[in-house]
Write a protein of this length. Structure first.
Length: 135
């Protein structure tokens, strides 16, 4: 995918929210390599402000964040009409099935356990963005 936007489909923007600078940089590089724009922040409260200002195509969201936790960011996004349908992929150090059991009021989300394969995460996000564009 090239960095040039068409009138039909603009370049997808990923909001990447993680307080680990190594993970953030790794994912920024991987998403940009396949043609995404990336907005990276390290705090949950800042992520919510950023999403309100510029609604992203998808959000990659760490569960444990300073300021406002990942679950609360997602819950608040679901209450905002422009953000309610934005795909969310959680990154978690806990087993993804434990996280799924703990969720409530988050709507449809995906969980990816740490450590993870960056290419697999990028592909999952690409699929979710494509699904949303088709609907």
């Amino acid at each position: 995918m090239s960095e040039q936007a068409t009138s039909e489909q603009p370049i997808p923007v990923i909001l990447l929210v993680d307080d680990d600078p190594v993970i953030t940089r790794l994912l920024e590089v991987n998403f940009r390599l396949v043609g995404f724009r990336v907005a990276a922040v390290s705090r949950g409260d800042v992520a919510l402000e950023r999403a309100r200002a510029v609604p992203p195509s998808a959000v990659v969201l760490d569960v444990m964040l300073p300021g406002l936790g990942g679950y609360e960011v997602c819950r608040q996004m679901r209450l905002i009409p422009e953000l309610a349908e934005v795909p969310v992929v959680f990154l978690t150090a806990r087993a993804p099935d434990e996280e799924q059991a703990a969720q409530g009021g988050l709507g449809p989300v995906d969980f990816v356990g740490k450590p993870f394969e960056p290419g697999d995460l990028v592909e999952l996000v690409r699929e979710r963005v494509a699904e949303r564009q088709r609907s």
